[in-house]
Ligand binder design. Structure first.
Ligand code: NI
Length: 202
């Protein structure tokens, strides 16, 4: 294993631990802050957002009403975790057949500094023709990440001027009214993801 490989492994483990902590907090409800469970017993995930799509147009959560949203947070410079998950989402959509038309796949960057609409536009087409990239101001991205309890952090690389991002790797399924339905942990098999999504679509 190369030095970079080891670093990637350590980062991967840290992200897995962070995701695990996040999941456990989400499930037990936490302290009323992020991860709190509403009186209906459902975890509060999601909510209003305003972002910019990969065509440079402003979109909000209302833009996608009537469709299911399949949302993943990451960044285009991600070496392997994001491409893997976007590949899984794309394969799941293909397996859904006609039902996929009711699903809007979304890739939200947590690296808006580098991921402009143009960069996002080029990137999403590598995965699926219907995948839409969303970016925004750092404040807009911080807002949606908080609403979805997504962790991210810039990780400076001392050996270069470049940086990478640590981030949680979870796919969210939201319903036609914007309500949270389901989350998929990293490396969920595409057929399992497709089956779960299909179970929500009439
Ligand atoms: Ni990533």
């Amino acid at each position: 294993m190369t030095r970079n490989g080891k670093i990637a492994l350590v980062i991967g483990v840290l992200i897995a631990i962070a995701a695990g902590l996040w999941l456990s907090e989400l499930m037990v409800g936490g302290d009323g802050g992020p991860g709190a469970v509403s009186s209906s017993g459902k975890a509060q995930v999601g909510g209003p957002f305003t972002l910019v799509n990969d065509a440079g147009e402003t979109v909000t959560d209302e833009t996608f009403r009537g469709r299911y949203m399949l949302i993943y947070f990451g960044f285009t410079f991600c070496p392997d975790v994001c491409p893997t998950e976007l590949g899984i989402m794309s394969a799941a959509l293909d397996q859904l057949g006609e039902k996929a038309e009711k699903v809007q796949p979304l890739f939200v960057t947590i690296d808006p500094e580098r991921d402009t609409p143009e960069v996002m536009s080029r990137y999403v087409t590598l995965f699926h023709p219907r995948l839409m990239g969303l970016t925004g101001t750092p404040e807009q991205i911080a807002g949606i990440a908080k609403a979805y309890h997504v962790f991210y952090r810039k990780a400076e690389d001392e050996s270069s001027t470049d940086y990478t991002m640590d981030h949680s790797s979870i796919v969210f399924l939201m319903g036609p009214d914007g309500e949270y339905l389901k989350l998929f942990p990293p490396q969920t098999p595409p057929d399992k993801m497709a089956e779960t999504i299909a179970s929500y679509i009439e």
